[in-house]
Design a protein around this ligand. Structure first.
Ligand SMILES: [Zn+2]
Length: 335
């Protein structure tokens, strides 16, 4: 007896949506009772269908376990091979797209902007990146005079003086002697305030960690490895290794597309609204020189050289995306 196939006739929506959907015949149960099961070939060559869960073991005994395992191993290997073949087939064009992107002007412009900001205002750059990563609101905490509280104190003092004046002279004298007459306090009152400047938008391209260049290089490496393994012949590769190659590709292409998406938001960073927000935040910090122009920002910290960062051309990743999607199409299910 050999397991030669697997079937899954589960209708979309499952049992809930399809209470009357017909089941598949099971040679153990002797009735139509499952949607999932195995195709069995007996020693005489006859083909049977048997339910997935316990029917095989109940019907064929211990032999079934081994047959099921062998079938699953073969199936997993076949799927891994097909998947790797799909990746390898599309790898040439995908690698070309990745390489082209690595040489684009927008990527080198982004590198330049990042380097300029880092060298002109390192502390500001590092705080800015923290806000970009966290998506948090730019804030400045400040200690300022609380004039309102000081006025209120003055009012209370005047009231106390007026009340004191209304007291009989003898009592006033007594109080004065005891040091209980109203005394004016003119020390300044301070309060802590937090100024908020909103969130940074489109700034992901500034962050070193998980940058697009790194993501592209990782994707190119995964594509090359899949391609090389396929070219060298897969007979000596374990199924695990084949699966690991495909998983590395999946991971790196997902990260690459996500990173590229965030990178693509760079024009929003250079919108005047965002630059003005950044400049207001920067000016409220000590020792920063900031000047906002149209789609650009000049900045320096302390006595560092003033650098101007400017908007750059958007990266077009549509070619890479369609290259990768063609690989996705070859992906088989995980069952
Ligand atoms: Zn059954």
């Amino acid at each position: 007896m050999t397991v030669i196939g697997y079937y899954d006739e589960t209708p979309s929506g499952g049992m809930k949506g399809n209470p009357d959907f017909p089941f598949v015949w099971c040679c153990h149960c002797q009735k139509r009772t499952h949607w999932l099961g195995y195709v069995i070939q007996s020693g005489t060559g006859a083909i049977h269908l048997i339910g997935q869960q316990n029917c095989g073991r109940l019907h064929y005994g211990v032999d079934f376990g081994g047959a099921e395992r062998t079938f699953k191993q073969k199936r997993d290997r076949q799927r891994a091979l097909e998947r790797l073949a799909g990746i390898a087939a599309a790898s040439r064009s995908a690698i070309a797209e990745v390489s082209a992107l690595l040489w684009t002007e927008s990527l080198s412009s982004a590198d330049l902007v990042r380097a300029s900001l880092k060298s002109a205002a390192p502390a500001f750059y590092s705080d800015l990146c923290a806000h970009i990563c966290a998506g948090s609101v730019m804030k400045v905490h400040r200690t300022v005079r609380d004039h309102e509280a000081e006025r209120e104190r003055d009012r209370r003092f005047e009231q106390a003086v007026a009340a004191f004046q209304r007291l009989p002279a003898a009592i006033r004298r007594e109080r004065r002697d005891e040091g209980l007459s109203p005394e004016e306090d003119t020390t300044p009152i301070f309060q802590q305030i937090t100024e908020q400047f909103g969130q940074v938008v489109g700034g992901s391209f500034l962050v070193d960690e998980g940058d697009l260049r790194g993501a592209l290089l990782a994707l190119r490496k995964a594509l090359l490895e899949a391609h090389e393994a396929f070219k060298a012949g897969t007979d000596s590769c374990s199924t695990k290794h084949l699966q690991a190659l495909a998983a590395a590709f999946d991971r790196s292409q997902r990260e690459c597309l996500e990173t590229a998406e965030r990178f693509g938001a760079a024009p929003q960073f250079f919108r005047s609204e965002n630059l003005n927000r950044l400049a207001a935040w920067a000016r409220s910090r000590d020792g920063l020189v900031v000047d906002v122009g149209s789609s650009k920002l000049a900045i320096s910290e302390g006595d560092r050289q003033l650098k101007t960062i400017e908007a750059f051309e958007t990266l077009d990743i549509s070619a890479l995306r369609s290259s990768l999607e063609s690989i996705q199409g070859t992906s088989s299910g995980t069952r």
